[in-house]
Design a protein around this ligand. Structure first.
Ligand SMILES: *[C@@H]1O[C@H](CO)[C@@H](O)[C@H](O)[C@H]1NC(C)=O
Ligand SMILES: *[C@@H]1O[C@H](CO)[C@@H](O)[C@H](O)[C@H]1NC(C)=O
Ligand SMILES: *[C@@H]1O[C@H](CO)[C@@H](O)[C@H](O)[C@H]1NC(C)=O
Ligand SMILES: *[C@@H]1O[C@H](CO)[C@@H](O)[C@H](O)[C@H]1NC(C)=O
Ligand SMILES: *[C@@H]1O[C@H](CO)[C@@H](O)[C@H](O)[C@H]1NC(C)=O
Ligand SMILES: *[C@@H]1O[C@H](CO)[C@@H](O)[C@H](O)[C@H]1NC(C)=O
Ligand SMILES: *[C@@H]1O[C@H](CO)[C@@H](O)[C@H](O)[C@H]1NC(C)=O
Ligand SMILES: *[C@@H]1O[C@H](CO)[C@@H](O)[C@H](O)[C@H]1NC(C)=O
Length: 447
């Protein structure tokens, strides 16, 4: 078990959160913690012995630094390092799309700043289906044996997207994805991300990826707008090990979408977001496949959900063999929440659920949860409809577990060793219609 470092990390990260305000983004203690997690990477990423050349990205004050990288790429697609050097703040004003890399290290040791002008970013995103600032190719894998790394020096290696001006005005028009990293044999380590406009890492087209020691701080400012859709890791890829990360955001800490297979997410700290999620699956009748997922040793601090599964009515396919274990929730309203009736408040009223098909749910385990359930009234920042999109009809607010299932589409769901206290002291409750679970319900919910 690698849980000890995560605990140390949490202490430090909480301390930084408590110190509040913008200065906390540089809390040295929290950053120093990242160095605890530098470790040898087994069989993934770049083979440094083969690196024969380095492109040090030049910087021109007041100008866009992306074109120089794009121009040089042809000569550095194999056995190379592309170095954004320490001490420089690079202007990444246009997207850099990497492709066909073979054994390449992208070292982001300097600071990177995206355009500060909202309209500029919207123009770029609106004009292109494939790229957005720093989007490493939205469509296809970018290469084989690729390492993307930041810096262990807390003073440098930050990527700043200037998100608050978007969040404060709820501007959701043409928002970019920050980093789309699809590789075969990849590493993402020690990256430091701050104030992303929306989504952070998309690794769903990766196979064999180790992502660790990354620090994502997309926290809502006190009194500021909510950072909508700022998912930490979109992780519907294959053979992914995502560990030892700090993710403070306003949407899923991790979300495993369709295609996810053999994904481990562990030893991490999540703050302010929407849970350790599978889904959403089956939207618009699509056929989903997610299997062999393990999420363990995570602290969920002030998140809306802890463990979460979401599929849409009318979908098909299966989500199978998914385990969440050793999860600590702190002030979380929905510690364990499974719904086969997910909907989007922006797309109209909650759909009716009679007579539809559904993504099957099989072999879900929730084990060893502890901490506190937020069961006092609250309105989360994403609530823009009445009732809120996360409102559960018939719930008392004291539920540690909600299984909102279709009849006959869920098998072998287990919850054991769930020790979550309500903040009000009321006895915790469970919401589930046993008739919706096909088998073995009666031995599931042991406190
Ligand atoms: C990279 O270097 C290795 C070791 O020298 C070599 O075998 C391989 O062909 C090189 N890759 C490319 C694409 O040149
Ligand atoms: C690539 O390298 C060749 C040979 O060194 C050089 O002539 C060419 O200018 C380089 N291309 C770029 C875009 O830097
Ligand atoms: C890099 O960014 C961080 C965070 O914004 C800042 O504190 C630091 O001074 C910057 N470093 C340089 C060399 O500009
Ligand atoms: C990737 O790394 C593996 C293991 O070092 C090596 O066998 C393979 O040739 C590398 N492939 C490329 C394209 O560099
Ligand atoms: C279930 O998934 C885990 C990974 O989380 C894997 O180790 C295990 O082999 C899977 N079990 C089955 C029966 O496929
Ligand atoms: C489902 O769980 C049962 C035991 O509860 C196990 O025997 C079976 O291998 C699991 N199947 C998958 C696909 O995870
Ligand atoms: C249960 O989870 C807690 C917190 O994640 C952990 O400290 C403890 O070791 C776990 N217990 C078991 C039996 O794994
Ligand atoms: C759901 O069904 C009810 C009663 O049949 C109907 O009034 C309502 O409009 C339906 N809602 C949707 C979103 O289709």
């Amino acid at each position: 078990m690698h849980f000890t470092p995560a605990v140390a990390l949490v202490t430090l990260a909480s301390a930084s959160a408590a110190s509040a305000g913008l200065t906390s983004y540089l809390a040295p203690a929290a950053l120093a913690a990242l160095s605890l997690f530098t470790k040898p990477v087994p069989n993934t990423g770049v083979n440094s012995k083969w690196i024969t050349k380095t492109f040090t990205v030049p910087h021109t004050p007041g100008a866009d630094d992306s074109p120089a990288v794009i121009a040089a790429l042809a000569n550095f697609t194999a056995n190379s390092t592309i170095l954004f050097k320490s001490g420089v703040t690079y202007n990444i004003w246009t997207p850099i799309v990497f492709s066909n890399l073979k054994n390449v290290e992208i070292a982001m040791e300097g600071n990177l700043t995206l355009p500060t002008d909202v309209a500029t970013v919207q123009g770029i995103v609106g004009a292109s289906v494939s790229c957005s600032p720093l989007d490493y190719d939205a469509h296809s894998p970018i290469g084989t044996n690729v390492t993307l790394r930041g810096s262990l020096d807390p003073r440098t290696g930050w990527i700043d997207s200037h998100g608050p001006q978007w969040w404060d005005t709820m501007n959701q028009v043409n928002r970019p994805h920050l980093i789309n990293f699809g590789v075969t044999n990849g590493v993402i380590k020690n990256m430091k991300i701050v104030d992303s406009i929306a989504w952070n890492f998309a690794v769903s087209s990766s196979n064999n990826l180790h992502a660790y020691g990354n620090y994502i701080d997309v926290r809502q400012r006190p009194g500021g707008g909510f950072p909508f859709n700022t998912d930490g890791f979109g992780a519907g890829g294959k053979n992914l090990l995502i560990e030892d990360n700090v993710i403070m955001n306003g949407d899923d800490c991790v979300t495993v979408g369709s295609g996810g297979q053999n994904v481990v997410f562990r030893n991490s700290y999540c703050y302010g977001g929407h849970g350790l999620s599978i889904g959403s699956l089956g939207k618009g009748g699509s056929v989903a496949s997610v299997h062999d997922i393990l999420i363990e040793n995570v602290i969920m601090d002030n998140e809306l959900y802890g463990a979460r599964f979401k599929s849409w009515t009318g979908g098909a396919g299966i989500a199978q063999n998914i385990t969440w274990r050793n999860i600590v929730v702190k002030n979380v309203p929905f510690p364990i929440y499974v719904t086969q009736n997910y909907w989007d408040q922006n797309l109209g009223p909650k759909p009716n659920t009679t007579g539809g098909t559904n993504t099957l749910v099989d072999n879900f385990t929730f084990e060893n949860f502890s901490g506190t359930l937020r069961d006092t009234p609250y309105v989360e920042g994403t609530c823009i409809s009445d009732p809120c999109w996360y409102f559960v009809e018939g719930a008392t607010g004291h539920e540690t577990i909600i299984f909102d299932l279709y009849p006959g589409t869920a098998t072998n769901i287990k919850a054991k060793n769930i020790n979550i206290r309500t903040e009000t002291g009321v006895k915790p409750q469970v919401m589930c219609d046993p008739s919706t679970v096909s088998s073995s319900y009666s031995r599931l919910l042991a406190y």
